[in-house]
Design a protein around this ligand. Structure first.
Ligand code: UTP
Length: 289
C-alpha cells in the first residue's frame, strides 16, 4: 500500500533552545536560509509523502502559514521583478497538503502521535520529528518507506552514537538479519551509560502500522513523566513486528546548539555563492580562537 501521510510533531516547548524559542517555535528557527521544518517537509516531499499532519499548539500557527501562500508578499515581489524569489516563496506553499491537529497539552512525543488518531484511521503512516534534520544519498524517510513496503512491517530509523551519548536516546536491542537491517527484540529509553543493549539510537524517523495507535492509547506516562513513543514501540517489538534500519547520511538535531550551528555552516557551504568567502572567514576565525 502506498503511504501518503506523515505526522510531524511540532508542539513541544523547545526549552533547550531558550531564549531563542521564547516566542518563535524551535521548528521555525532558520538554518541558513530556510526554517528547520522546511527541510523536514522537503524530505517528506522528495520521499513521495503528500499529506503532512502537523501536531501543533496555540503558538505554532506560523508553521502552517509558512506552507501557505503569502499573497501580499507575492505582489510586492512581482512588482519588484524579483521573479526568482517569487518562485521560491510560492513553491513552499505548493509542496504538500497541510492538515493541522492541536495537541492541547504537551504530554510527550507518543501523545503527539496519538493526537493524529482520527486522521491516520486504519492506514500505515510515517512520523518525522520536526526538529531532526537528515541528509544523505536518499531522503531519510524514503530509506524506511522502501523497507516497510518490502517487509510489510513497522520500521524505525537508527544511527550509531558514541558510548557516552546513549543516555540521550532510545536504544535498540536487535538481531541484524541483513546488512544494516535489524529485527528489534526490545528498546530502552535513555539507558544509563554502560547499561545500553547497543549503540544504535532511534533517530526521528518512523514508518508505523496503525496498531501503534492502540498501544499508545494504553500507555502510562514513562520516562520524564511523558507518554513515550518508545514504550509503544516496545509492544510492536514484543510481537515480532518491528524492524530497524541503520540510516545513511548526516543527522542534525536542531534542538542541540552544536548540531544547530554545524547545520548552518553545512548548508551555507552548499551554496556556491557563499562557499569560498565563508570558508575563508571560518579558517581565519578558527586560527584566531
Ligand atoms: P523534543 O523533546 O526535541 O522537543 O521533541 P521539545 O520538547 O520541544 O524540546 P526541549 O527538549 O524542551 O528543548 C521532538 C519533537 O517533538 C515535538 C517537538 O515540537 C519536537 O519537534 N513534541 C514534543 C510535540 O509535538 N509534543 C510534545 O509533547 C513533545
Amino acid at each position: 500500500m502506498q503511504i501518503s501521510k506523515v505526522i510531524i510533531p511540532v508542539a513541544g516547548w523547545g526549552t533547550r533552545s531558550l531564549p531563542a524559542t521564547k516566542n518563535i517555535p524551535k521548528e521555525m528557527l532558520p538554518i541558513y536560509n530556510k526554517p528547520v521544518v522546511q527541510y523536514v517537509v522537503e524530505e517528506a516531499m522528495y520521499s513521495g509523502l503528500t499529506d503532512v499532519v502537523f501536531i501543533n499548539n496555540r503558538d505554532k500557527k506560523i508553521i502552517e502559514d509558512h506552507f501557505d501562500y503569502n499573497l501580499a508578499l507575492e505582489i510586492v515581489l512581482e512588482r519588484a521583478g524579483k521573479t526568482g524569489l517569487l518562485e521560491e516563496v510560492r513553491k513552499v506553499a505548493e509542496m504538500v497538503n497541510i492538515i493541522s491537529v492541536r495537541q492541547k497539552k504537551q504530554l510527550g512525543l507518543g501523545h503527539a502521535v496519538l493526537c493524529a488518531k482520527e486522521v491516520v484511521k486504519n492506514d500505515p503512516f510515517a512520523v518525522m520529528v520536526g526538529d531532526d534534520l537528515m541528509f544523505g544519498p536518499d531522503p531519510g524517510i524514503k530509506q524506511l518507506l522502501d523497507v516497510a513496503k518490502d517487509e510489510k512491517l513497522s520500521v524505525i530509523g537508527v544511527m550509531e552514537v558514541p558510548p557516552d551519548k546513549v543516555n540521550r536516546y532510545g536504544i535498540i536491542d536487535g538481531d541484524e538479519f541483513a546488512p544494516g537491517m535489524y529485527r528489534v527484540r526490545d528498546l530502552v529509553e535513555k539507558p544509563k551509560v554502560g547499561e545500553a543493549p547497543s549503540r544504535l539510537a532511534i533517530v526521528g524517523r518512523y514508518v508505523l502500522a496503525p496498531e501503534i495507535i492502540g498501544h499508545l492509547e494504553t500507555q502510562e506516562p514513562g520516562h520524564g513523566g511523558e507518554i513515550q513513543l518508545t514504550d509503544a514501540l516496545k509492544e510492536l517489538a514484543r510481537s515480532n513486528s518491528l524492524l530497524a534500519v541503520r540510516m545513511r547520511g548526516q543527522r542534525f538535531d536542531a534542538g542541540d546548539w552544536v548540531d544547530y550551528l554545524t547545520a548552518n555552516i553545512y548548508f551555507a557551504l552548499q551554496d556556491d555563492q557563499l562557499h569560498d568567502d565563508l570558508k575563508m572567514r571560518l579558517k581565519d576565525f578558527l586560527q584566531l580562537h
